[in-house]
Design a protein around this ligand. Structure first.
Ligand code: SF4
Length: 235
């Protein structure tokens, strides 16, 4: 069944000391540089884009929370587990620039490791702690210069037949219109580039997507990833 994302795009918001939070949960990180590691996810509400094929629910709940409120909820969902990784996701986290201060609070005051996931279209605040790992998964044709300068890794979801032969990266992502194609890592990018097959809920299509990922990863030296949380049956 084809997914159509009907969640409205939202503008950048600045609110000192407060974040608009969708949900906080304890799980296994299923992709990116911390793949396989237990993590607490903080999903922030709202996104500035509206990718038609996006299946992430980021608007159904929202609660204004202070840094301390969020930290207390992280502690509560972690319970007695030893998890020390927090993944900030969305929606689009940098739609709320206050997220940088919250990340710095988690790293500097509470001793967590933090990864943030972004679509790359919003500026990354200068004050963001350099120990925060930034993963960009482009959906639009351009990414903000601050993201090009700061991203540690890029992540692309691949659909067979939707690939630029020259660099082996997808032309579009989740049916978002990007002309001529979605943003690339900067020239001479030294970080990691992940390719993962798109899940189309169709065995034949998924097999073709997996074959495309293997082909272009081998040709261009990208890293193949599967969204292992889906295989593990966790959120
Ligand atoms: S940028 Fe990400 S969260 Fe936002 S609509 Fe696109 S896929 Fe969904």
């Amino acid at each position: 069944m084809k997914i159509i994302n009907t969640q409205e795009p939202e503008k950048l918001v600045r609110e000192r000391g407060i974040l608009d939070v969708h949900s906080i949960f304890h799980t296994i990180q299923g992709e990116g540089p911390f793949c396989g590691q237990p993590a607490v996810f903080v999903r922030l509400a709202g996104c500035n884009l509206q990718c038609p094929g996006c299946d992430t629910n980021y608007t159904s709940n929202r609660k204004k929370m202070s840094h301390c409120d969020i930290w207390q909820e992280i502690v509560r969902v972690t319970g007695e587990a030893k998890t020390n990784l927090v993944v900030i996701t969305g929606g689009e986290p940098f739609r709320q620039p206050e997220v940088a201060n919250f990340i710095n609070y988690l790293i500097d005051m509470k001793g967590y490791r933090v990864q943030v996931e972004t679509n790359g279209t919003m500026p990354i605040p200068r004050e963001l702690n350099y120990n925060c790992v930034v993963v960009c998964s482009p959906k639009a044709a351009k990414i903000h210069p601050s993201v090009s300068a700061r991203a540690d890794a890029f992540k692309y979801v691949m659909k067979s037949g939707n690939v630029n032969e020259e660099d082996g990266l997808p032309l579009q992502a989740l049916d978002h219109r990007a002309t001529p194609f979605i943003a690339r890592p900067p020239v001479h990018f030294k970080g990691k580039i992940y390719l993962q097959p798109m899940d189309e809920q169709d065995d034949d299509a998924n097999k073709a997507n997996a074959q495309a990922v293997v082909k272009y990863a081998m040709k261009h030296n990208y890293i193949v990833q599967l969204q292992i949380h889906k295989y593990l049956g966790v959120e």
